[in-house]
Design a protein around this ligand. Structure first.
Ligand code: FAD
Length: 399
């Protein structure tokens, strides 16, 4: 039997899974996916988790059944990768060493709990990891419940601070405001005061984004009574309060930190070229500078298109996953590597119940139409994964 190409993918996120699916089409490849978690977490659907429209099972995909759905040439290991020996081509996990011919690093990013902000790690919640998002969702629901128990028109308002007014911070602030409004109204609760405070370090929210998206999102935040504190930053927090750089102290029940990301821990340990923020620097063909057989994709790498920085998104991670798979096949077939021309294909921001705003194929969309497009994209994405998971499940339980 001919020797198979041993390809390892570290990280079963948006980029990693796209690469697995593309490479698995070639039966001469054997792909090993390694992830520290047993599931793929759909971060783009966190807004539905908050709005109680999806439970954790609907925002995650079991990686073992997913990989079992391929024709024998994909294996999954739930192990944490601790380092990579690039000279001897070995991936080192907490329990094993795997050798590879080609490697894809797709470990994503995590919330950057900035050390200089006192109390941040202890008292704030992040949403980049499923366990953190779940914890925060439960905390949010419990807080609403406590207010219901307090009852009466004089009850103390529930105050939630969201630090960081980028896409995820805005989506979370709006979603909580919209959900709580509906929750209180539909149940006719007397204690319905909810303060959501969005802290933005710049003059306007969604810095660098299209003016139309910014205006529509601002209006939506205003309509849902989310208070925006602009041109200020969180400098410290305790269990009950947040201090801002303008000296203001805000009493709060809890805080979500969406103020920045850093590469996942493994990247710090790898002996590879990185930029000043610690993200991997890659070539236009998406491989790392010193090793042509090692590719880095998604949030853990920095991508430029004609010197323009491309913001990390699931959409970009998927495009990188597709191209790096093509380039691995090009290497195998001794063909020239393809340079990327990756651009954001569009953006859709969920802004509360059945409302979104976005720019798709150069056109602005908003309201229910934008929400519908967002849902349709998510549905197609989920169905593609689910097809393999169902096949995998079938195989496992028939054996
Ligand atoms: C609230 C929120 C809303 C968002 N909304 C959108 C949106 O609407 N549209 C959009 O395009 N993007 C959105 N994003 C951004 C998007 O989710 C990310 O850009 C995307 O997840 C990046 O994909 P990735 O494959 O690089 O990494 P991830 O999806 O983060 O996957 C990385 C994987 O690597 C694994 N891993 C990490 N370290 C190790 C290790 N040492 N060993 C083994 N495995 C490891 C992790 O367990 C994980 O499964 C949103 C993000 C958030 C937080």
């Amino acid at each position: 039997m001919a020797k198979k190409n041993k390809i390892i993918v570290i990280g079963g996120g948006y980029g990693g899974l796209k690469a697995v699916a593309a490479l698995a089409k070639h039966e001469t490849n054997h792909i090993t996916l390694i992830d520290k978690n047993a599931y793929h977490f759909m971060q783009t659907d966190v807004y539905e988790l908050i709005a109680n429209e999806k439970d954790f099972a609907k925002v995650s995909v079991d990686l073992f059944t997913y990989c079992s759905g391929f024709d024998e040439n994909v294996s999954f290991y739930k192990q944490e990768v601790l380092n990579v020996d690039f000279i001897h081509k070995k991936v080192i996990t907490d329990t094993q060493r795997f050798s590879y011919d080609y490697l894809i690093i797709a470990v994503g990013a995590r919330t950057k709990f900035v050390k200089s902000i006192n109390g941040l790690k202890e008292h704030a919640h992040g949403v980049k990891a499923l366990h953190r998002a779940m914890y925060f969702k439960q905390k949010f629901e419990m807080s609403l419940f406590k207010k219901v128990q307090e009852s009466g028109v004089t009850c103390k308002p529930l105050s939630i601070v969201v630090a960081g007014a980028g896409l995820s911070g805005v989506e979370i602030a709006v979603q909580m405001a919209s959900f709580a409004k509906e929750f209180y109204c539909s149940n006719n609760f007397l204690c319905r005061k909810l303060n959501i405070i969005l802290v933005s370090s710049s003059q306007q929210i969604l810095k660098g984004m299209d003016e139309f998206l910014v205006k529509k999102s601002q209006k939506r935040l205003f309509d849902l009574e989310v208070v925006i504190k602009s041109q200020t930053r969180v400098v410290s927090l305790t269990k009950e309060s947040v201090t801002l750089s303008n000296g203001e102290v805000i009493a709060m029940d809890f805080m979500i930190f969406a103020g920045g990301i850093e590469p996942n821990g493994l990247i710090y340990k790898l002996d590879l070229d990185k930029n000043e923020r610690g993200f991997l620097t890659i070539t236009e063909a998406l491989h790392v500078k010193r090793y042509k057989e090692v590719f880095a994709i998604g949030d853990c790498a920095t991508l430029y298109n004609h010197a323009k920085f491309i913001a990390p998104t699931a959409d970009v991670a998927e495009q990188m996953g597709e191209l790096c798979s093509k380039n691995i096949m090009n290497l195998i077939q001794h063909k020239a590597l393809q340079r990327h021309n990756i651009k954001s294909r569009g953006i859709l921001i969920a802004l509360g119940r059945r409302y979104a705003v976005g720019k798709v194929a150069g056109l602005h969309v908003w309201g229910y139409l934008a929400y519908f497009i967002k849902k349709a994209i998510e549905k197609v994405y989920f169905m593609q994964l689910d097809r393999h998971s169902k096949k995998g499940c079938h195989k496992i339980f028939e054996e």
